[in-house]
Design a protein around this ligand. Structure first.
Ligand SMILES: C[S@@+](CC[C@H](N)C(=O)[O-])C[C@H]1O[C@@H](n2cnc3c(N)ncnc32)[C@H](O)[C@@H]1O
Length: 258
């Protein structure tokens, strides 16, 4: 694996009304992280039918509890817009993970009504409907004050780092409302894009933005709710991971990187 971290680690301003900790959370680590693995084949990799479709096959996804492969046990495809009837099963834990209208729910507590993992503030904040709604409607645009060059330039930078995995399967980790997921998918440069976030409301926004776009290549995108520290993927099933402006929100960046 190769990794690249780009961005501005120093805040250009430091408002005095903020505590040091909240300022660190809001401004300091505006980074984009790209992990790639070297592909020997340069030609685009075809997506296996069973990967995006339903029907009893392996799908590259893994159980977030034991990390063994999940099997699709329903006929519904697992790409965006078709996940409502999707069911995936872990043959080891025997736990079943289901899809909602917007995403596949692959957190460890998925399906449990009594138990929901409590996460640190930086994770919980983005789960709220209001922050998720506002995120791409003004919140994200403010990142320019923290040194981020803006979505177009950031996308160009990411594409540059992802050159070696063109045609491969990438994860947009902590995708938020899917600003980069959508650009990756529409670029046609990757065979599959998995948009992953812990916030069900961010994924809802991502789903709605995709639904609003005409001729969006939905069959190339899967929306997954998962914790960055418990990535639900089979080993060697992903060619690259992109994480835009997300590292500072993760409960444990070192666990996530591992
Ligand atoms: C600042 S947003 C970045 C969104 C997008 N990548 C971008 O470039 O605008 C950070 C995202 O990290 C997500 N996040 C926070 N904790 C997470 C966790 N434990 N696992 C996965 N995603 C998490 C939040 O839900 C939020 O959508």
């Amino acid at each position: 694996m190769n990794s690249v971290i780009t961005g501005n680690f120093r805040p250009p301003f430091f408002p005095s009304q903020l505590s040091k900790n909240s300022a660190r959370f809001l401004f300091r680590p505006f980074t984009t992280l790209v992990f790639t693995r070297s592909l020997t084949a340069k030609a685009p990799i075809a997506v296996e039918k069973e990967e995006s479709g339903g029907g009893g096959g392996s799908c590259g996804l893994a159980c977030p509890i034991c990390y063994n492969p999940l099997t699709v046990i329903s006929d519904s495809p697992i790409y965006v817009g078709s996940t409502v009837g999707s069911n995936l099963q872990c043959n080891t834990c025997k736990k079943t993970y289901s899809g909602t209208q917007t995403h596949l729910d692959l957190v460890a507590s998925s399906g449990s009504k009594q138990y929901d993992e409590s996460m640190p503030l930086a994770t919980e904040l983005f789960r709220t409907p209001v922050v998720s709604f506002l995120y791409e409607r003004g919140w994200r645009q403010n990142f320019v004050f923290g040194g981020f060059p803006g979505p177009e330039k950031e996308f160009d930078m990411a594409k540059n780092y992802l050159k070696r995995v063109l045609g491969g399967k990438i994860v947009d980790a902590s995708c938020g409302s899917g600003m980069f997921t959508r650009l990756f998918a529409k670029s046609g440069l990757f065979s599959q894009v998995i948009a992953l976030d812990y916030s069900e409301n961010m994924l809802q926004q991502c789903y709605e933005f995709i639904e609003q776009e005409e001729n969006f290549p939905k069959e190339k995108v899967t929306l997954v709710r998962a914790d960055i520290s418990r990535l639900p993927f089979e080993s060697s099933s992903i060619d690259a991971v992109h994480a835009g402006a997300a590292l500072h929100c993760w409960p444990s960046p070192s666990t996530a990187l591992k």
